[in-house]
Write a protein that binds this ligand. Structure first.
Ligand code: PEP
Length: 265
């Protein structure tokens, strides 16, 4: 798994781009090179950067990142939990690890909604990702109806505890959680920094209660939901928000680069 701490021992910010079903392997290479020209060593010292392209782009991007020595980590948007077998259309975590994929997004709300992923499936995937030496980015978040009914805390707490059921404390400590309120994804409507900070504290408390405070303190918890250059700095300024999972605004390398450089004005 990846190391969650920066040089000072604190949790290092992690900014990940989730391209969803966008960019073929040709545009992926151009994108990767362009983003790498926009970033410098100092940026990578401050922030861990991850790109999560579609499966078909992974090999081309791996080659580009490794041959050009670009310190951007590769992530996948999903995987299956079995290592091989008669599972037509699925991609195994073993295959991803072979491509030097470091992170795998698990339980994104679009997977839960469109592909029926349950907490149990998410948990199997989290465990498979960890077993293959990669870091899960486990997504949790409430619907608008749940929020309006006052159910946010219960929903995210149960999702995060279920996601890591049966996982060793030391492995959870290296993992990543993304708090993604479903009503904020792709809508242009982000959670306020106050709301994001509050719910992320709830997630951390749920991990502390189920596992222990030290484990919970080590987990990097990102915010996701219409993050963009204009709101990245104020979100990242909040204690407990350790990074961003960015969808739409990661599709353009200049826009994503501005999010990664949220700290430089
Ligand atoms: C996402 O897909 O994880 C996401 C947060 O999307 P967007 O930034 O477009 O809301």
């Amino acid at each position: 798994m990846t190391d969650p701490s920066g040089p000072d021992g604190a949790r290092k910010p992690l900014i990940a781009g989730n391209w969803k079903m966008n960019h073929d392997h040709f545009t992926a290479i151009q994108y990767t090179q362009k983003l790498s020209y926009l970033l410098d060593t100092h940026d990578y010292e401050l922030v861990d950067v991850v790109l999560c392209p579609p499966f078909t782009d992974l090999r081309s991007m791996q080659t580009t990142l490794e041959s050009d020595k670009i310190p951007i980590a590769l992530g996948a948007q999903n995987c299956y939990y079995e290592k091989e077998g008669a599972f037509t259309g699925e991609v195994s975590p073993v295959m991803l690890a072979k491509l030097n994929v470091s992170y795998v997004i698990v339980g994104h709300s679009e997977r839960r909604r469109h592909f029926g992923e349950t907490d149990d499936v998410v948990n199997r995937k989290v465990r498979a990702v960890i077993a293959n030496g990669m870091t899960p980015i486990a997504c949790v978040g409430e619907t608008l109806e749940e929020r309006e009914a006052g159910g946010t805390d219960a929903k995210v707490s149960s999702q995060v505890v279920n996601a890591f059921d049966g996982v060793k404390k030391a492995e959870i400590a290296g993992a990543v959680v993304a708090y993604e309120p479903i009503w904020a994804i792709g809508t242009g409507r982000n959670a306020t920094p106050d709301d994001a900070e509050t719910t992320i504290a709830v997630i951390r408390a749920a991990l502390a209660q189920r596992f222990d405070p030290a484990t919970a303190e080590a987990v990097r918890i990102q915010y996701g939901g219409s993050a963009k250059p204009g709101n990245a700095a104020e979100l990242m300024a909040r204690p407990g928000i350790d990074g961003l999972l960015v969808g739409g605004a990661s599709l353009d390398p200049e826009e994503f680069g501005r999010i990664i450089r949220y700290g430089s004005s």
